[in-house]
Design a protein around this ligand. Structure first.
Ligand code: SF4
Length: 76
């Protein structure tokens, strides 16, 4: 599996990525809700039940299924 994205990576910082959606700052991202997770994001292509998987915005890496970033879009 691809290595997990670190919150300290440049792309992660730019997008406000957190490995745990419940740790996202309400002050910085007022529209964020804990129900929003990478596993429910349009850009996530991981398998259901896996701890993480690919995201179109993080080539060559895995994001946490329970993660979040400011580009989150509800899976259609
Ligand atoms: Fe997670 Fe979606 Fe952001 Fe990718 S774009 S890190 S899947 S919330």
């Amino acid at each position: 599996a691809a290595p997990m994205v670190a919150e300290t990576d440049a792309q992660a910082q730019a997008l406000g990525y957190a490995a745990d959606t419940t740790k996202v700052s309400k002050a910085k991202f007022p529209k964020h809700e804990n129900s929003q997770q990478c596993s429910g994001c349009q850009l996530y292509t991981g398998k259901a039940g896996d701890a993480g998987g690919p995201c179109a915005l993080f080539p060559g890496k895995s994001v946490s299924a329970k993660g979040w970033c400011s580009a989150w879009v509800k899976k259609a």
